[in-house]
Design a protein around this ligand. Structure first.
Ligand SMILES: NC(=O)C1=CN([C@@H]2O[C@H](COP(=O)(O)OP(=O)(O)OC[C@H]3O[C@@H](n4cnc5c(N)ncnc54)[C@H](OP(=O)(O)O)[C@@H]3O)[C@@H](O)[C@H]2O)C=CC1
Ligand SMILES: CC(=O)[C@@H](O)[C@H](O)COP(=O)(O)O
Ligand SMILES: [Mn+2]
Length: 382
């Protein structure tokens, strides 16, 4: 029986991880959970699985749950406690499904404690990929991707050697506004942007899909996970999200991974790796029913966020941390109806332009710059 720590239990990936654990009670036990503020979603999980440790973001969340619990878990508050449950000696697998760069310390602690790490928290790798991957190498830990594209690439690479890879082809659905021109983006609403054509996901990543920043973050994530230079990572528009990504090898063979848009599939893959087991609650892919699959060229003019991400990734140093933090803050402001959709990209570009890049930053510098970028973006609104 594997003991699991689930960070971000109340989110979209968190709840789908719970589904996978529920399907396989003989394999997985929920040892610890962390979440932010959503006590309504947390309480049913706590009642059903009775995790030994519960970590919440602040005191008010703890006060809301404490009188509804009928056993004696340890309840802790704050990000340090999140690192503690990610590195607890009794834990076998850590699922990092927290949103944003706030997941960074817990990722590093899980790696240092040599845990099997099922990894959804892409912002961590964008912000501090060089530090995370160095720790992973030193501790002999492989990050098992949960992100559907990276799970696809991981599966395509199985048995292959990195030097045999010609390029990675990451597929992009195009997001909520894929059929609109830039002119048609001026007055779009939050509600419009949250309407992803294929996937049901958390709010922030759904907005990232609409701006194409999600793909930008994923290009940087792929660079770090698979050690591939940016020049050999391409993005192609594929509106059905059936091919989750592809790998082209030196001999022109192309491996693709296909499946229904169901995140429980890559989550289970990361939990059971290197084995594959049944997932009775899922549906198989029916290509006859789909009929056709479509592909078209990506445009940096239509989707400038992708261009910014390539630029940040290639420049390296602190620029990806600025890209990520500025994006997190701008998306937050858009979700609060305080800025327009097109101001998201405008604010990210401005923060990047105002930043003087520091190469090979340490963790402290990264955190400082992350804070700086967030303050800059907030200041653009006033
Ligand atoms: N959703 C998807 O299908 C996919 C998501 N991903 C990645 O997975 C990650 C999670 O995404 P998603 O599930 O959509 O996001 P959600 O917004 O749905 O969930 C985020 C989770 O993180 C928790 N959280 C946020 N801040 C804190 C904090 N300071 N301390 C502790 N917990 C915190 C939230 O708690 P609470 O809500 O209780 O405040 C919630 O449980 C992201 O990095 C995303 O890019 C990747 C591929 C697909
Ligand atoms: C499910 C998943 O992994 C998301 O990151 C998804 O890929 C978003 O789709 P697009 O960014 O391609 O719209
Ligand atoms: Mn993805």
């Amino acid at each position: 029986m594997k003991q699991v720590t689930l960070l971000g239990a109340t989110g979209s990936i968190g709840l789908q991880t719970i589904d996978v654990i529920r399907e396989h009670p003989e394999l997985f036990s929920l040892f610890a959970i962390a979440f932010g503020k959503n006590t309504e979603k947390a309480l049913p999980i706590i009642h059903e699985f009775q995790p030994k440790y519960i970590v919440v973001d602040d005191e008010s969340a703890r006060d809301k749950i404490i009188h509804h619990i009928s056993y004696n878990p340890t309840i802790l508050v704050g990000s340090e406690a999140m690192s503690d449950i990610a590195s607890h000696p009794d834990v076998d697998i850590v699922v990092n499904a927290v949103l944003g760069s706030v997941g960074l310390d817990a990722t590093l602690e899980a790696i240092r404690a040599k845990k099997q790490l099922a990894f959804a928290n892409k912002e961590t790798l964008v912000t501090a990929g060089h530090i995370v991957m160095k720790e992973a190498r030193q501790n002999g830990v492989e990050l098992l991707p949960v992100d559907s594209e990276h799970s696809a690439i991981h599966q395509c690479l199985r048995g292959g050697k990195a030097e045999e890879v010609k390029r990675i082809i990451v597929t992009a659905s195009g997001g909520s506004f894929r059929d609109r021109t830039r002119d048609e983006l001026k007055d779009v609403t939050v509600q419009d942007a949250l309407n992803h054509p294929n996937w049901s996901m958390g709010a922030k990543i759904t907005i990232d899909s609409a701006t194409m920043m999600n793909k930008g973050l994923e290009v940087i994530e792929a660079h770090w996970l698979f050690n591939i230079p940016y020049e050999r990572i391409d993005v192609v528009l594929h509106k059905e999200s059936v091919i989750h990504s592809m790998v082209e090898f030196q001999d022109n063979n192309v491996m693709a991974q296909l499946g229904t848009p169901d995140m429980r599939v890559p989550i289970q893959y990361a939990l059971t790796y290197p084995d594959r087991i049944e997932f009775p609650a899922g549906k198989g892919l029916n290509l006859m029913k789909m009929g056709k699959l479509h592909f078209s060229e990506m445009s940096f003019e239509r989707f400038p966020c992708l261009k910014m991400a390539y630029e940040a990734g290639k420049t390296g140093g602190t620029l990806p941390a600025v890209l990520n933090a500025a994006n997190e803050e701008a998306v937050h402001l858009f979700l609060q109806n305080r800025i327009s959709f097109l101001q998201i990209e405008e604010f990210i570009q401005r923060a990047m332009d105002e930043h003087e890049v520091i190469q090979k930053p340490d963790l402290e510098t990264i955190k400082e710059i992350d804070g700086w970028a967030r303050r800059q973006v907030k200041s653009y609104v006033n």
